[in-house]
Design a binder for this molecule. Sequence first.
Ligand code: PHE
Length: 465
Amino acid sequence: MQSNQATETGKRNSLHGQWSSRMAFILAVTGSAVGLGNIWKFPYVAGQNGGGAFVLVYLACVALIGMPVMMSEILIGRRGRRNPISTMALLGAEEGNARHWQWVGAMGVLAGVLILSYYSVIGGWTLAYVFKSGSGAFSESGAAGITAIRDAFLGNWKTVALFHTIFMTLTIFVVARGVERGLEQAVRFMVPALLILLITLLGYSINSGHFGEGLAFMFTPDFSKLTWDSVLAAMGQAFFTLSIGMGAVMAYGAYLPEETSIGGSSAAVAIADTSIATLAGLVIFPLVFANNLDPADGPGLVFITLPLAFGQMPGGVFFSTLFFLLLSFAAWTSAISLMEPAVAWLVERFNRTRSEAALMIGLSIWALGLGTVLSFNVLSEFKFLRGTIFDNLDHLTINIMLPLGGVFITVFAGWVMCRNSTSDELGNTGNMYKLWRILARFVAPIGIIFVFLKAVGLLDYLSNQ
Ligand code: PHE
């Protein structure tokens, strides 16, 4: 039974409609979660941070921090049924007498815009590889040849910009049409197909790669190699890959039917997402070692290892084209969710049509993205703080803005919202609710802040005084 309050808020409706079913919601969030983060980013960040220990910390972050943040985001979204900025303002006023919680929503909208500005460039890169694979460019070229193809592609800023433009256009197109139409269908076939192809590739890497070495690299933790900066990177990766901390899942939660279980849906998404990332790592690392490549090679890693594997496989041209096509799809369904909070806000707050809003936001993101396009060529030597423009955007959004968003979201759901509201949304089913509350009130916010302080060295500084 629901309390009066829930019935009252249950009457709140989203301007943008609702998911047609529980499955549709799970598919949409999975579509958001599964993307470049799993297949492009996870292997290279794990590689740069020494493997095993990083992977372990990442898994712990998914379970102990990612899950409660995701549940909090969905419950806040469903309760408010607006875009993340207005939802935080509304619930902030209702539950805590403070509209300034809307700044948490605003930071999320900004994070989405900044992330999409480079996400789209890598999405474009993936798209370009669909054509390169199709043309047979990768068959029979060895590691050196494939590296040369990649460097030539990245070196030419005009082509990189062209594919970034195509990717952004596709994203604007779907967001303008509204999330439900098209998106559900795309995810329904994309995630299983991606899974099947990854399993096929796994077979290849077990046979032809140095599988034992790859396995050991990924799962033998050497904690002496782990710095607090890598712990921060592992935590950031958990946020990024689950699409949390910036309101994407909150925006999707606003379209969630009343009776759907939030805990169950979150668990389903987290399991699907983590399995795909792990599988990607198991495919990539054996190939890295078999070909004497460097696991710490950086953002270009999958664009070398996978073409290399496909190049030696029977039917490689076909499979490689299909793989990059699926990866582009996966990136596309994630890109949509990065843009949704900003677009929903513009529509609700300024009475814009979805098309106008999508076009305005999309064009701004496209322009910002040129900074990343140039980071790989013309401006590759222009470095400050963490490196190129891309490196800085990447660090600022993933390692700082998303976890910070996570702190505020869990503090809001765990401390500011009253128990009745959260148990209405999560269903007061005993242990699950209690566990969520402990994680959301204590473990997640304290854990995130602790890692932050350790990574900037503040705790050590203070204790040495
Ligand atoms: N989770 C997506 C990926 O792994 C990226 C993303 C981050 C999407 C944040 C939405 C919000 O590729």
